[in-house]
Design a protein around this ligand. Structure first.
Ligand SMILES: [Zn+2]
Length: 345
């Protein structure tokens, strides 16, 4: 039975690998600051936006710059700030109601992966008003266009701003499920490192380890290709060089920008080449015990890597020295003189 299951899984993996080049994967348009949103929103002529965030992000004043931009361009907005660390079906349904009550046509997600995933799921429900969320879970179940989605990550780890994936928890069944459909990719990603400066050290560590896990699992998996291996190595190199700096001094903007860049690159790598057992276990722990995703990955990563045994040693050698193996000239780093703006303490 086990062998049969293994054959089926490998066949599915091979089939996905074969169709990968023709899948409609696209990257969001990158904006380097919240201020850059002004021009984009004006050009699009949107009327009303729902800001999706968490209570923590709202408390830390993260939403203020977005509100300022929306007021400037005359777009009405409502704020949903109850997203939980592992966003639930109830979060999505509450926010969806708010979206409709306020006649919204745009979603602006600001926060960690939870707010971004919640907004993607809201978008899916807007596109499929009569379908329950669990019926939209799985691979390629969302095929209709979702409303304009602007993703603004304030943690550097999940890479949710660049992936077609949203992970939602069914609080009643204590089960997590993933939605993986290309229309869920944000249209715009705002990579503004200044927004990540107030992220506390423990969050910096756990979300950064989530990004590292994406890069490692994308690199060692069976669905890797040249492009994703390159991106995974670049992300690994950036994380090795910057995670401790960002942890020690949250206002080190160079380290913060590099961590955002690493998270983005690891995000592209894993959404094309997938993640592995570390994420499988971390999602199970998140569903059952509400364990924060990055923390679960950080704890599980060394144990799972050891469990893979000798077959993976060659890959580990490369990953341990990413600077030596990353393609020359591609491991873009942010130099202090290229910073878009200073980080105010
Ligand atoms: Zn992850």
């Amino acid at each position: 039975m086990f062998i049969l299951k293994k054959i089926v899984c490998r066949a599915v993996q091979l089939a996905f690998r074969a169709v990968l080049p023709v899948l409609p994967y696209r990257e969001p348009r990158i904006l380097s600051s919240v201020d850059a949103l002004e021009k984009v929103l004006l050009a699009r002529g949107e009327a009303s936006a729902l800001i999706v965030t968490s209570a923590g992000s709202a408390k830390r004043g993260m939403i203020a710059p977005i509100e300022e931009v929306l007021q400037k361009v005359g777009i009405r907005y409502a704020i949903y700030d109850k997203t939980r660390p592992n966003p639930t079906v109830a979060n999505v349904e509450q926010a969806l109601q708010m979206y409709h009550e306020n006649g919204c046509d745009t979603l602006i997600a600001i926060g960690g992966g939870s707010a971004l995933d919640c907004a993607k799921a809201i978008g899916a429900r807007v596109a499929y008003p009569k379908r329950a969320l669990n019926k939209l879970a799985g691979v390629l179940r969302v095929r209709r266009k979702i409303p304009t989605l602007v993703a603004i990550p304030t943690t550097a780890g999940t890479g949710s701003e660049v992936t077609p994936v949203a992970v939602i928890t069914d609080g009643q069944a204590r089960h997590k499920y993933a939605m993986m459909s290309f229309p869920l990719i944000a249209q715009y990603a705002v990579l503004d490192a200044a927004l990540t400066c107030t992220m506390p050290p423990h969050l910096t560590a756990t979300t950064g380890m989530d990004a590292l896990t994406h890069a490692v699992e994308a690199y060692i998996g069976r669905s890797t290709n040249r492009k994703t291996r390159g991106l995974a190595l670049e992300a690994t190199a950036l994380i090795f060089e910057n995670i401790e700096r960002a942890y020690a001094d949250g206002y080190d903007l160079v380290a913060r920008e590099n961590m955002l860049l690493a998270s983005y690159k690891a995000g592209i790598a894993f959404c094309i080449s997938y993640v592995g057992y570390v994420h499988a276990l971390a999602h199970a722990l998140g569903g059952e015990y509400d364990t924060p995703h990055g923390l679960a990955n950080a704890v599980l990563l060394p144990h799972v890597l050891e469990g893979y045994g000798k077959a993976a040693h060659k890959s580990y050698t490369v990953l341990a020295l990413p600077q030596a193996f990353a393609a020359k000239g591609r491991a873009t780093r942010v130099a202090p003189e290229n910073l878009s703006k200073p980080c105010v303490r």
